[in-house]
Structures are given as structure tokens and as C-alpha cells.
Design a protein around this ligand. Structure first.
Ligand SMILES: Nc1nc2c(ncn2[C@@H]2O[C@H](COP(=O)(O)OP(=O)(O)OP(=O)(O)O)[C@@H](O)[C@H]2O)c(=O)[nH]1
Ligand SMILES: [Mg+2]
Length: 213
């Protein structure tokens, strides 16, 4: 475990650059590197977690206003010692399930995300982020079913762990794990993170590196 964490730290210490935004499938980058995608309800902390993983504060745009990102954002991550750049890609997905989302936006999200998830052979894993204060919601369950059907393996990641008491956190984590076990494509173990304190970030890096192989 410690070895994997160290290897992952090195890989993530390499160059990281924003590649492009894809508002629709025709704008997807060529599938030249394995990808790990960040999914989750709006405001759950996807962009913040991507920044924490790469150690770059302002790489992915974070915001207090939910639903700003409606595109797939691709980031190249390199290996400082390797020849190949990118070594892999991180994909920041638009958030789902915010209250004021207009219907056409929701429909667009479903088409874009569903098509991306089903058709992308380089997509090795999705990380489904869940706010640890709220736990899984029905929209998350719908996305989990979408991932089950698309046969994309995924891992549930609790975010903003700094915002709740450890006893509450343990309860939410147990409940989330119990649900994960009912889904064929879900990893049974839940990762707990905070972009604010750095909790779980090293472990999440290791999980990404394991996923990209
Ligand atoms: N306390 C705390 N706040 C966080 C954490 N992660 C994110 N936030 C805050 O939560 C808000 C939303 O974060 P984002 O990273 O923009 O969320 P997102 O999931 O990318 O949101 P969308 O792009 O709208 O889907 C911001 O105000 C962040 O500063 C965390 O670990 N702890
Ligand atoms: Mg975002």
C-alpha cells in the first residue's frame, strides 16, 4: 500500500495541463491515454478534488454556483520520468441533480454523459463523489445504475469530510458501502476525502493509478 501511494505521488507530481472542453461527443479528444472521470451532484466538490489530487489550486474551475460546468473537461497528467505525455487523463464532468436545472440542460447532460460513458474504451474508472453530509441521493443511484449498465467500474468517494463529525462520517460511510455492495460495477470500499484538509488524497491518487493500470 505505502509503495503504491508513493508511486502515485510521483506520477501526480509531473506536469498537468488542461487539454480541452467537450460540449458534445464530436469534440472529444482522441483516445490516446486512459481516463478516469469525476462524476457527482453539482457542488459536491469534483473540481476541488481534481485540484487537490494534482496539487494545483486553480486548474479546474471551482464555484459556489452549482451547474456552471456543462461540458466534459479533459486534463492531461504526465509522468516526469516517463516518455509518454499524457500518462493518463482526468475528466471533470458536469454536475447533476441541482434544483434549478432547466429541463433541456438535464436532457443534454444525460445524452452527453451516457454516450461518453458507453462509448469510451479508454475510460478505466469513474469516481462518483458524494457529499459526506448528505450521503447517496436518488440521482446518485440513477447514475450508479447508468454506470452498472455501461459496465464502467466506479468507486464512491465521500467529499468534504472536514464538514462533519467523525461519528457521523463513519455512519454515512457504512451506509454508502452497504449500497455499493448492491451494485455490480461499484467498488465495495468507500474512500473518504477532504480537499480542504488533504484527508484521503494520497489514497485517492493511488486508486487512480491502480485504475489506469
Ligand atoms: N469545506 C470544504 N469545502 C469544499 C471541499 N471541496 C469543495 N468545497 C467547496 O464546495 C464548493 C463547490 O466545489 P466545486 O469543486 O466547485 O464543486 P463541483 O462538484 O465541481 O461543482 P459543479 O462543477 O457545479 O458540478 C466550493 O465552494 C468549494 O470551495 C472540501 O473538501 N471541504
Ligand atoms: Mg466543477
Amino acid at each position: 500500500m505505502a509503495e503504491r501511494v508513493e508511486a502515485a505521488r510521483k506520477l501526480f507530481a509531473g506536469p498537468v495541463t488542461f487539454l480541452k472542453s467537450a460540449p458534445s461527443l464530436q469534440f472529444l479528444p482522441d483516445p490516446v491515454a486512459n481516463e478516469v472521470a469525476f462524476a457527482g451532484r453539482s457542488n459536491v466538490g469534483k473540481s476541488s478534488l481534481l485540484n487537490a489530487l494534482t496539487g494545483r489550486n486553480a486548474l479546474a474551475r471551482t464555484s459556489n454556483t452549482p451547474g456552471r460546468t456543462q461540458e466534459l473537461n479533459f486534463f492531461d497528467v504526465g509522468d516526469p520520468e516517463g516518455e509518454a505525455f499524457p500518462a493518463f487523463r482526468l475528466v471533470d464532468m458536469p454536475g447533476y441533480g441541482f434544483a434549478k436545472a432547466p429541463k433541456d440542460v438535464v436532457r443534454k447532460w444525460k445524452f452527453l454523459v451516457n454516450d461518453y460513458l458507453r462509448g469510451r474504451t479508454v475510460l478505466k474508472r469513474a469516481l462518483v463523489l458524494v457529499d459526506s453530509r448528505h450521503g447517496l441521493k436518488d440521482v446518485d443511484r440513477e447514475v450508479m445504475e447508468m454506470l452498472d449498465k455501461a459496465a464502467v467500474s466506479y468507486r464512491l468517494v465521500l467529499t468534504k469530510a472536514d464538514k462533519i463529525k467523525p461519528t457521523e462520517l463513519a455512519k454515512v460511510s457504512d451506509a454508502t458501502a452497504a449500497e455499493a455492495r448492491k451494485h455490480v460495477a461499484a467498488h465495495p470500499e468507500i474512500l473518504t476525502t477532504s480537499s480542504e484538509t488533504g484527508l484521503g488524497i494520497a489514497e485517492l491518487r493511488a486508486a487512480v493509478v491502480e485504475a489506469i493500470g
